[in-house]
Design a protein around this ligand. Structure first.
Ligand SMILES: [Zn+2]
Length: 113
């Protein structure tokens, strides 16, 4: 399961960023792109399981989905690429250049003192 692995990595990197391993993590924000699209529900479930027994236990996980940027080769319009509607919103052509997908990132960790 993709999400379980991602969740474990997240918990691990949180723990490695906490110097004292004391305190409690109450909120975690991650962001991901469209290609490694994460299923929110599966991810929350996997995170809960991975957090069990660590200072992350009970933390709320927020997942931000970053849209894929694209540029139309015909008219130069920049827009958010939609996998299901891959045409330029301005001229309707589907000859577009797709930008780099956003990586999976740990954006924020909120602690309770
Ligand atoms: Zn266009």
């Amino acid at each position: 399961m993709h999400e379980a692995m991602v969740a474990e990595n997240i918990v691990e990197s949180i723990l490695s960023q906490v110097p004292s391993k004391k305190g409690k993590v109450i909120r975690v924000v991650i962001s991901c792109g469209q290609m490694n699209a994460i299923n929110d529900e599966a991810m929350e479930f996997a995170f809960e399981a991975a957090a069990e027994g660590t200072i992350c236990k009970g933390a709320k996980l927020k997942i931000k989905h970053i849209p894929l940027k694209a540029v139309c080769k015909n008219c130069g319009k920049k827009f958010n690429y939609d996998l299901y509607e891959p045409q330029c919103p301005k001229c309707g052509k589907s000859d577009v250049e797709i930008g780099e997908d956003a990586p999976l990132l740990l954006e924020e960790i909120e602690f309770e003192e």
